[in-house]
Design a protein around this ligand. Structure first.
Ligand code: ASP
Length: 355
């Protein structure tokens, strides 16, 4: 803008009294959501299925965006987007959560508020319709960060939640995935090399590694947002991994692994093979690169997902956002359901690396 244009703009602002709102409206805001990463390929997703995923992602990103556009809080935007994905059977969170080895559903979720560095998480809950809501309540109404299992549900009751029956989360599609996963586990465990590896036929470390070979469509959901006041927030919600055993908890409820937000730095929500995301501290590591090495969000997220995790053998991806509203969505799988929307731009809804 040259000097003349600048002074004209200044005059308009002064004469109309728009200055405060005009400044607020100029503040960047944006949101990104994911619906999981994994072995989704163009070959095994019909045009109708793709359309259904895209429509739900669009609805979810628009719901969060609307809150941000009105000057709302990034935490509220994250919650609104995640609730829509949790209520859809398409995603592995809330309704549509995968089955455990024993045929149950154990849900994990977490939220982090970048403004206060407060966080809340629940793990292994079985009767909470929208686990992200309970994670927020843990953050706001309890002195703790993470509550698990029955205790988390007892806390929910004290906060006025209604428990839903365990079969609320049943879907036939996920049940078929459990059957096929169990068949693969059975084959792996009856394999002669596997038996020889410990002589007992119960080498669970090996079994856990076999899990990564399955046809996983991870499907966890998450959102990150920057609001007009510069506040970052991140949230993640999941049913975990198909056929998980023994109360297994993944990265999604672990702050620093599956979820992280810090004002002035970045906000991240992850999806993928949780054991790797915990060990490599994925969400925290991305933000540390931004904070201490001054890396761009694109570079930081790419280094962790496409270098560090690939070397380790960990599959998955993240959505990440920085203090200026820049967004990175790297993944090292065939696809990742995702959508982004920045101020005054239309939403972008994507599944594969090209669109
Ligand atoms: N990260 C989740 C877990 O390991 C799974 C997923 O992202 O779909 O529990």
């Amino acid at each position: 803008m040259n000097y003349r244009a600048l002074s004209t703009a200044l005059l308009v602002v002064l004469s109309t009294g728009l200055s405060v709102n005009a400044v607020a409206d100029d503040k960047p805001f944006s949101i990104a959501i994911h619906g999981g990463a994994g072995t989704i390929s163009k070959a095994n997703l019909t045009a109708e299925q793709q359309q259904a995923y895209r429509a739900k992602l669009q609805e979810a990103v628009d719901a969060g965006y609307k809150i941000l556009a009105k000057g709302g809080d990034s935490l509220d935007a994250v919650k609104a987007s995640i609730n829509i994905l949790e209520d859809s059977p398409l995603f592995n969170a809330g309704l549509g959560a995968v089955y455990t080895f024993d045929g149950a559903h154990e849900l994990d979720a977490s939220i982090m508020d970048g403004k206060t560095m407060n966080a809340g998480a629940v793990a292994g809950v079985k009767h909470i319709k929208n686990p992200i809501d309970l994670a927020i309540t843990v953050m706001e109404k309890s002195p703790h960060v993470m509550l698990s299992g029955q205790g988390a549900e007892e806390f929910a009751l004290t906060q006025g939640y209604k428990l839903v029956p365990a079969d609320h989360f049943d879907t036939d599609n996920r049940y078929q995935q459990l059957k096929s996963a169990k068949e693969k586990i059975r084959k792996a465990e009856s394999n002669a090399d596997y038996q020889a590896s410990n002589g007992t036929g119960h080498n669970y470390k090996q079994s856990a590694l076999e899990y990564s070979e399955f046809d996983y469509k991870f499907g966890t959901v998450g959102a990150v947002a920057l609001d007009k006041n510069g506040n970052l927030a991140a949230g993640t919600s999941t049913g975990g991994m198909t056929a998980k055993r023994f109360g297994r908890i993944g990265d999604s409820p672990v702050i620093g692994a599956g979820t992280y937000a810090e004002n002035g730095v970045c906000a991240v929500s992850a999806t993928g093979h949780g054991e790797y995301f915990i060990r490599y501290h994925v969400a925290g590591d991305i933000c540390a690169k931004v904070k201490y090495q001054n890396k761009s969000i694109i570079q930081a997220a790419d280094e962790v997902i496409n270098q560090r995790l690939i070397t380790a053998g960990g599959t998955g991806g993240v959505i990440a956002i920085d203090q200026r509203g820049n967004i990175a969505t790297p993944f090292n799988t065939e696809g990742m359901y995702r959508a982004t929307r920045k101020n005054n731009e239309p939403a972008q809804v994507m599944i594969w690396s090209d669109l």
